[in-house]
Design a protein around this ligand. Structure first.
Ligand SMILES: NC(=O)c1ccc[n+]([C@@H]2O[C@H](COP(=O)([O-])OP(=O)(O)OC[C@H]3O[C@@H](n4cnc5c(N)ncnc54)[C@H](O)[C@@H]3O)[C@@H](O)[C@H]2O)c1
Length: 326
């Protein structure tokens, strides 16, 4: 089986490559990544020399390059993680988000159509549903919730989802989509809340928190996300959307305080900064379809997962310096 994974030099993609490598010893993994600021080959050090692994530095929106890779590697499964993924950057400069997240997805879908017999999976986000009010804890996003993006990032991911659904309906392309909540774990680029907080705290620097820190996110350990995608690509129903969540809602400020405590750092490092434009209030996922249809539930508790993540960063300061100094 040849599985082509885009964005594999980034956070979730690399964790997925390691997961597939271990679980399926007969699979060949082809990683396609443009190595933007967020992608680094140092992240894939443990598989790079394997005969079962092939790396292509390529932009998913480069049609010629992508067709050539498909021609050479003939994948059976394509999992698209490649994306511009940071909301703040999308507010500053949406162009590259549309180019990679929308046009890149279109090129991959066309490649699957051209070369045929390829199962395609789109890794999407709960952010395509917009947000939920803070005072309605009873509300959750289901797969039937309206797509109602708030940021250029989530709008570009929503556009990609619609394209995947259109290719499935119009051309019969065998595809699935997953929409996951916030991930945490090893190899996350230190611009996102958890690794950023860990590094700032370690360096005794001010830890920036947007607004009053009361925005709520649902957190899932990255390995649990990988297990969910594994279930979907092997047993999920063609044409379906699957919500993936940790059932673990936390205010941003709670996360930051927890990390300070874990590292024995004073909360006086926390600095409230002007809120992000259009900042989503709350994300919360109903993942009951994943559990009833595919027998998936998150396995890692947040208490254990956050401790192991903090300790991973403490033990991988060299990796942090490598990716930050690129
Ligand atoms: N991080 C989360 O909490 C989260 C939650 C839900 C969904 N997602 C989705 O999961 C996917 C992976 O997210 P992540 O956090 O690992 O992102 P990331 O930013 O860590 O990694 C993205 C990877 O894609 C590569 N890339 C970017 N543009 C590319 C292009 N044009 N061509 C080829 N490669 C390109 C980068 O080099 C990088 O290796 C994204 O699609 C994101 O929308 C992320």
């Amino acid at each position: 089986m040849n599985i082509l994974i885009t964005g594999g030099a980034g956070f979730i993609g690399s964790n997925f490559i390691y997961y597939i490598f271990e679980k399926y010893p007969d699979y060949h993994v082809i990683c396609v990544d443009a190595l933007t600021y967020a992608g680094n080959l140092a992240t894939l050090e443990k598989v790079r020399k394997s005969k079962r692994f092939k790396f292509y530095k390529e932009d998913i929106s480069n049609r010629k390059g992508i067709y050539k890779i498909f021609e050479e590697t003939r994948p059976n499964i394509v999992v698209n993680f490649a994306a511009e993924s940071h909301v703040d950057r999308s507010i500053e400069d949406p162009d590259v988000f549309l180019q990679t997240n929308v046009i890149g997805t279109e090129v991959l879908l066309d490649a699957c159509k051209k070369y045929g017999n390829i199962r395609y999976h789109q890794v999407s986000t709960d952010e395509v549903y917009g947000d939920l009010p803070l005072d309605r804890p009873d509300l959750l996003f289901t797969e039937q919730s309206n797509v109602k993006a708030s940021s250029p990032y989530s709008a570009s991911k929503a556009g990609a989802d619609l394209l995947v659904q259109a290719y499935c309906r119009t051309y019969g392309l065998p595809s699935t989509i997953s929409r996951c909540s916030n991930n945490y774990g090893p190899y996350q680029f230190p611009e996102k809340l958890i690794p950023l907080t860990i590094l700032k705290a370690l360096n005794n620097e001010k830890i920036p928190v947007y607004g009053d820190g009361k925005n709520i996110r649902d957190w899932l350990y990255v390995d649990d996300h990988c297990k969910a995608i594994d279930k979907i690509i092997h047993h999920g129903k063609i044409g379906e959307v699957y919500n993936i969540g940790g059932n673990n809602e936390k205010e941003n400020i709670e996360i930051v305080r927890l990390i300070c405590k874990e590292l024995n750092k004073p909360e006086s490092l926390i600095t409230f900064v002007e809120d992000r434009k259009g900042h989503d209030k709350r994300y919360a996922i109903d993942a009951s379809k994943m559990s009833s249809e595919l027998k998936w539930i998150p396995e890692m508790s947040f208490e254990k997962g956050i401790k192991s993540t903090v300790s991973w960063y403490l033990n991988h300061i060299d990796w942090c310096n490598t990716v930050l100094n690129k």
